[in-house]
Write a protein that binds this ligand. Structure first.
Ligand code: NDP
Length: 413
């Protein structure tokens, strides 16, 4: 059974939140785009939710304000240097303050029924695993741990009985479209992609792209890292791997279609010729609401889809020559073993270097390709092994970025 079919099968064991039985929740990455959207929905229905813990990296002021507004029991910053600011801002509130990575893991381990995994990058792995280990309902926005340590996360969930709910809009759409249909009847899963801000740009123009241009996503409002991933289409590559992890289908059954309006989020094609899709305005509150209300539905004020106003829906194939990240991610998935871990780690380092203006836009995927080519396969069955492989890929990506070639032509600007 796939993680998604296990979640569908588990639906009968859970009750949706109700005023008589509010759901206790923890939001990892509460100050981010996903975290704030989650809390905006919670604020609409305070009778249905009680906040156990909220976490951030170092944005203590915003975290403290969110913790006070939502009457959290615990607020944690991962960076110990931000502890004093957090503790001062929470003084007299009765809300516990803590800092450091072990505290982040402890926050996730506290007994909240539902956890939003909304941290960006591999920093989310340890706390997400802590929530999975104790058998929580875990809403997965933070895709990098699933890409990098997928087999480990899935094995842990199977052992603990944790329910993994896909929040990424494409995977949430597919989860909804699959419902309780048999996986054996699925011919293809289709992930749609907006194409990002450089969909129509030439390679020459992309070589000069700035971080500001890369994060200006045409349809979604998101954090900086995923916005850059959407511009390279590495995000869609990571999503192919994420889909394989969640739905347990073979890589060649996962298709990507460019759909600039971002109205159809994902689609399942069945062997009888039927296709089921999920549609909605491009607003993350919609998939998050689905996970918050699961196994029921949550009424929200999220934007409604007006098909007449949208007017038309366009589709085109991806251009693999301008966006090689897609094929690179597929290769990593086919190679298996440590390759997705290496791909993800090198990408995180390269995206950070691009955002810091240390490399050009096209160097991001060149760096990932170069690191992927250089590192041998390694077993990644345990947490220690994943982290060792992740560290080595980060070290090599950093060295390639510092050392210039063989990453390729640098700084075309
Ligand atoms: P943001 O950058 O907006 O927020 C990231 C959050 O993680 C913040 O709360 C940040 O805290 C925290 N954080 C960052 N680094 C660390 C760290 N080292 N340790 C602990 N916490 C950390 O990201 P998004 O909300 O855009 O994305 C979150 C995840 O969800 C990503 O994996 C992304 O791919 C995925 N996702 C996001 C979508 C979106 O629409 N935004 C859509 C689909 C998936 P602080 O504020 O203190 O820095």
């Amino acid at each position: 059974m796939s993680a998604a079919s296990e979640a569908a099968a588990a639906a009968g064991r859970y009750r949706p939140p109700s005023p008589g039985r509010p759901r206790s929740i923890t939001v990892l990455g509460a100050t981010g785009s996903i975290g704030r959207s989650t809390l905006a929905l919670v604020a609409e229905r305070p009778d249905l939710y009680r906040i156990e813990a909220l976490t951030a990296h170092r944005n203590a002021a915003v975290l403290a304000a969110l913790a006070r507004r939502h009457r959290a029991r615990l607020a944690v910053v991962a960076d110990p240097a931000a502890y004093r600011e957090l503790a001062d801002a929470l003084a007299g509130s009765g809300i516990e303050a803590a800092a450091g990575e072990p505290s982040l893991v402890e926050a996730a381990a506290r007994p909240a029924e539902w956890v939003m995994a909304g941290i960006v990058g591999m920093a989310g792995l340890a706390p997400t695993l802590a929530a999975v280990e104790r058998g929580a309902i875990v809403a997965i926005a933070n895709k990098e741990p699933l890409v990098s340590a997928g087999p480990l996360v899935l094995k842990t969930a199977r052992r603990s009985g944790a329910v993994l709910l896909p929040v990424d809009s494409e995977h949430n759409a597919i989860f909804q479209a699959l419902a309780d249909n048999p996986l054996a009847a699925v011919e293809r899963l289709v992930l749609t992609a907006s194409g990002g801000p450089f969909r129509t740009w030439s390679l020459e123009r992309m070589a000069r792209a700035t971080p500001e241009q890369a994060v200006a996503h045409p349809t979604w409002s998101m954090g900086a890292k995923i916005s850059v991933d959407s511009a390279t289409l590495m995000n869609k590559g990571l999503e192919i791997i994420e889909a394989q992890r969640l739905f347990g289908v073979r890589e060649e059954k996962i298709e990507v279609v460019i759909h600039p309006q971002s109205i159809i989020h994902g689609l399942v094609a069945f062997e009888d010729g039927s296709c089921l899709a999920q549609l909605g305005a491009p607003d993350m509150r919609i998939p998050i609401a689905h996970a918050l209300g699961w196994p029921g539905r949550l009424a929200t004020g999220a934007p409604r889809l007006d098909l007449v106003a949208v007017g038309r829906l366009d589709f085109e194939p991806p251009d693999f020559s301008r966006f090689p990240a897609l094929e690179l991610a597929r290769c990593a998935l086919r190679r298996g073993g440590a390759a997705p871990t290496i791909l993800n780690a090198a990408n995180e380092v390269a995206v950070a270097a691009f955002l810091a203006r240390r490399i050009g836009f096209l160097d991001i995927v060149r760096t990932v390709a170069s690191v992927l080519e250089s590192l041998p396969d390694a077993p990644v069955g345990s947490l220690e092994a994943v982290l060792a492989c992740d560290r080595e890929a980060r070290r090599l990506a950093g060295a390639r970025i510092e050392g210039g070639p063989p990453v390729g032509r640098r700084r075309e600007r």
